[in-house]
Design a protein around this ligand. Structure first.
Ligand code: TRP
Length: 474
């Protein structure tokens, strides 16, 4: 992993922005010294202020004359705990050197989000009246923005809606892809609110070597797996960007509003785009932002533009929504709130996200019970010791053990999970036995998903994907 990636790549552009700011500061000073026309001085100051806002947005820090941005020119000398290397987390890359996976507490500080602490979990329980989902109990959804505000409003009978999505890059979905949907389904059930699901077939066309038709077909195929999670057709709208963008004037108007309020400099800083990226990529973030505004769905919200949005997503999507939150007040909309999840580890270990193109890197929703067994036994990275004797004596390390990590995602019973953790750590439980427990958890889960998916007809997909009012009064 490279050392010079800081806040979504392209530190050069941060440096460029810094230099532009410095030059503009000099200009303002010299205009003032020269007692130039008031209008000229004001215009120069306006530009200076705007650059400062851009700078803060891109770096998370205030501009200070004479202090170049940290993590750019100085990043190579910077030493952090893991030997001077920061985890890389952006919508396209996730990499860390630690077998335990990304350091999520540090990510919260770097991204400026808030930790989902016990107090917030308790509050969600109190407001919803339901036992918190295991993803909340176990810190899998670990970070948020403005969740307290959503709960405050909900307590005052002010409703909100959910927005999540998926980039349909292939037919093959793995268990990790279901995490946000499983959690979103729970949120929808406990709060009884509308849900919109964006399938970014346009994004995948722009980023991958795929035809438009393939991307659109993958969107419909993926919709079946999503519907199989149990969403209620009366409360859920699933849409393909390729279809919905062209059919909804309101949606497109919001895209254009966002496009007008974000500069090339900003997206370069946030996403690391370069001058040779196609212009489709550069404007795409506006398309992922638009569903966070209720006026993009007049059929659901009856034209209301003030319905608060809550976005459950993996933390790598946060850059899109930092941008969205920055723009929202400037175009007269509420900022969306967010709930962020950790990544689902690859079978080979928590250093990276899984790849849909490597069949052995995860459990796919189409795997047979036998494939599941073989993959777990053969490929799941183990925190156990090399020999049984050693393992019995020293115990295993659940923190780096992928079978254990997977169980924390899928095993419902807290006490059982805790007992497994203790027994594995002390050496009572062997790696083979731990893997067997995982296999026995995954096999029925995947079989049930396949049954559900078989029952999703083309007609049902069409229903979910048709713009229509939902069962809510706005
Ligand atoms: N960009 C996301 C991906 O590639 C898809 C997406 C669109 C999304 N809108 C979203 C994910 C909202 C989470 C929340 O997977």
């Amino acid at each position: 992993m490279s050392n010079d990636i800081y806040l979504y790549g392209c530190p050069n552009h941060i440096v460029e922005l810094y230099e532009q700011l410095t030059a503009q500061g000099d200009k303002v000073r010299s205009l003032k010294t020269a007692k130039a026309d008031k209008a000229d001085v004001d215009a120069a100051i306006q530009l200076l202020l705007k650059l400062k806002v851009d700078y803060k947005e891109v770096t998370g820090q205030d501009y200070k004359a004479g202090c170049p941005p940290s993590g750019t020119a100085v990043s190579n000398d910077r030493q952090s705990e893991n030997g001077g290397e920061e985890d890389t987390v952006d919508p396209w890359n996730v990499a860390t050197n630690s077998a335990k996976g990304v350091d999520y507490d540090k990510l919260i500080v770097r991204f400026g989000s808030s930790k989902i602490d016990q107090e917030l979990v308790d509050r969600i329980e109190k407001v919803s009246g339901q036992k918190p989902h295991r993803f909340l109990r176990r810190g899998i959804f670990f970070s948020h923005r403005d969740m307290n505000q959503v709960l405050d409003a909900y307590e005052k009978q002010k409703s909100f809606y959910l927005y999540t999505g998926r980039g349909p890059s292939s037919q093959a979905m793995h268990v990790g892809h279901l995490i946000p949907f499983v959690f979103t389904k729970w949120l929808q059930d406990v709060f009884d609110i509308p849900l919109v699901i964006q399938l970014t077939d346009d994004e995948k066309y722009l980023w991958k070597d795929l035809s438009l038709e393939d991307c659109h077909r993958f969107a419909e195929e993926n919709a079946k797996d999503i519907i199989a999670c149990g969403f209620d057709v009366n409360k859920t709208f699933i849409f393909s960007d390729l279809d919905y963008m062209g059919s909804s004037p309101e949606f497109y108007r919001n895209v254009v509003k966002v496009q007008k309020h974000v500069t090339f400099n900003q997206v370069k800083g946030i996403f690391g785009f370069s001058d040779s990226d196609c212009i489709g990529k550069i404007s795409f973030p506006a398309i992922q932002a638009a569903p966070a505004f209720s006026s993009s769905f007049p059929q659901i919200f009856k034209g209301r533009k003030d319905v608060q949005c809550l976005i459950p997503c993996a933390i790598d999507q946060d850059p899109y929504f930092r941008m969205t939150r920055d723009v929202a007040p400037r175009i007269g909309y509420p900022k969306p709130a967010l709930l962020h999840s950790t990544f689902f580890p690859a079978l080979q270990g928590a250093q990276t996200k899984m790849s849909a193109s490597d069949a052995n890197s995860s459990i796919f929703l189409t795997d047979t019970p036998k494939q599941i067994k073989n993959k777990v036994n053969k490929h799941a990275f183990s925190g156990g010791k090399d020999t049984i004797e050693e393992h019995r004596e020293q115990g295993g390390n659940p923190d780096i053990d992928v079978a254990f990590m997977y169980l924390t995602f899928f095993m419902e019973d807290d006490e059982q999970l805790e007992k497994i953790r203790q027994d594995y750590t002390s050496g009572i439980l062997l790696t083979g036995e731990l893997k067997k427990m995982l296999i026995e958890t995954l096999q029925p889960m995947i079989t049930a998903h396949q049954e559900n998916r078989k029952n999703v007809t083309d007609e049902m997909v069409k229903q979910f994907m048709t713009p229509r009012p939902l069962n809510f009064n706005f």
